[in-house]
Design a protein around this ligand. Structure first.
Ligand code: AMP
Ligand code: MG
Length: 410
């Protein structure tokens, strides 16, 4: 079994992952989905020149010499509310009362804000001058007809939803979400409604993986727990193949009952099995039956969690057509010196915070591959590079930010 590096394993896996189809959804169902088309505006926004202020539309040249001491009188000939157009054109010596968002009348070339005027019956006194085009929002200033306002491959945020509404899109093409089977393995693993005895433990990985899949945009299909026998594993993997992707946990190391690899090979899996030079999460099985990707993740909870984040999450993003597969990564200042043996890349559960425009990062407690507590308190994974043995307090390190607030998980 060869030892390969994290990036190489990720690249090999991603090269085998295919994009799923596209579907149309209504705008209000599109949050968190991956956009499958460029959104091109068919309108100008704003549609017409309009006022950015409540005030008076007028001709800037008329009030070129206005000051508080020498105000200039203009006759108010009309009132324009948002949603209506002026009936007439504006002439020299006149003004029109205008509200924010109302169209600029023909003839006017500036809006003087209300605060710079005094009212005097049907007249106003302009107490300040105005620049040409002052307080006028030009047609198409925000969006031009024909402009691409959101690019294909983006994961849609609330502001993207707003932007599509600006240009009048009520339906949008998005990547289909993959179904993902989750199979936990191990004679010691119990469902949450069972009572543990002796060495038995709850199926934490199964539930955590379901949550990771959902937060990545996939549709989890929980298949429970397989016993450590080839027969049970093969039966349950057979069901699992009904989904687009299969993820299992446990049974991929070198123990006597680690039978995931053998079972999948008997089922005809084209198998890639690696020791990945990472910690936690060294053993990783990846392969395909037909063209269905199967991930055999390690059983230790933190290994399972971190392996999902490195290999499965980017794969799910690719399936949905996402253009950016990597976790957002920032450089952060380390708050205490850390050590390790060179030879493997370590992912440390870590707490990242930002102040004064700089990120700082602190490893989150004990880092054992069974200690999920530290991962549960973390919001990032600190990357301790393969060949490094020490990183000193105050040095900059790369930290992956975990997608904890993906709207898809709601
Ligand atoms: P394995 O890879 O099957 O040898 O499992 C490694 C460690 O992870 C063992 O201590 C298992 O008990 C534990 N483990 C395996 N699967 C799960 C699971 N679904 N939930 C929690 N712990 C697990
Ligand atoms: Mg096991």
């Amino acid at each position: 079994m060869s030892m390969i590096q994290v990036q190489e394993a990720r690249d090999k896996i991603l090269s085998k992952i295919k994009v799923k189809g596209v579907e149309k959804v209504s705008l209000d169902q599109a949050l968190g989905r991956v956009l499958a088309e460029d959104v091109i505006s068919e309108v100008n926004n704003p549609p017409l020149d309009n006022s950015a202020m409540d005030g008076y539309a007028l001709i800037a040249e008329d009030i070129a010499s206005a000051t508080p001491e020498t105000p200039i009188q203009l006759e108010v000939v009309e009132e324009i509310a948002a949603g209506y157009s002026a009936k007439g054109a504006l002439k020299s010596g006149q003004a029109m009362r205008i509200m924010t968002g109302a169209p600029i009348p023909t003839g006017a070339n500036a809006v003087l804000m209300q605060e710079d005027t005094d009212k005097d019956g049907t007249f106003i006194l302009a107490k300040d001058r105005a620049d040409l085009e002052e307080n006028i929002r030009k047609a198409g200033e925000d969006v031009q007809k024909g402009e691409t306002v959101i690019k294909k491959g983006v994961t849609l945020s609330p502001a993207h939803i707003g932007m599509m509404a600006v240009v009048g899109r009520s339906q949008v093409a998005v990547g289909q979400r993959p179904t993902v089977s989750i199979l936990s393995t191990g004679d010691e693993i119990l469902e949450l409604d069972q009572k543990p005895e002796g060495p038995q433990i709850y199926n934490s990985n199964g539930h955590m993986l379901a949550a990771q899949i959902r937060s990545a945009g996939g549709i989890p299909v929980y298949l429970g727990i397989a016993k450590d026998t080839e027969k049970d594993l093969m039966e349950k993997f057979e069901w699992a193949l009904q989904s687009d992707i299969v993820v299992s946990s446990g049974g991929v190391s070198v123990g006597d009952y680690d039978l995931v690899k053998a079972s999948l090979e008997k089922m005809g899996q084209e198998m890639l099995f690696w020791k990945v030079a990472m910690k936690p999460g060294k053993p990783l099985a990846f392969g395909r039956i037909g063209d269905k990707p199967i991930f055999g993740l390690p059983g230790n909870p933190v290994s399972s969690f971190v392996s999902f984040e490195q290999f499965v999450r980017p794969s799910l993003k690719k399936v949905m057509g996402c253009s950016d597969l990597a976790h957002p990564t920032v450089q952060a200042k380390l708050t205490r010196t850390i050590h390790k043996k060179p030879g493997r890349l370590h992912f440390l559960s870590a707490i990242v915070s930002s102040s004064d425009g700089e990120y700082t990062v602190t490893p989150a407690g004990e880092q054992g591959s069974g200690v999920l507590k530290s991962a549960a308190n973390a919001n990032g994974l600190l990357i301790f590079p393969l060949e490094e043995a020490e990183i000193k307090e105050g040095e900059q390190v790369a930290v992956q930010l975990l997608d904890i607030n993906n709207p898809q998980s709601l």
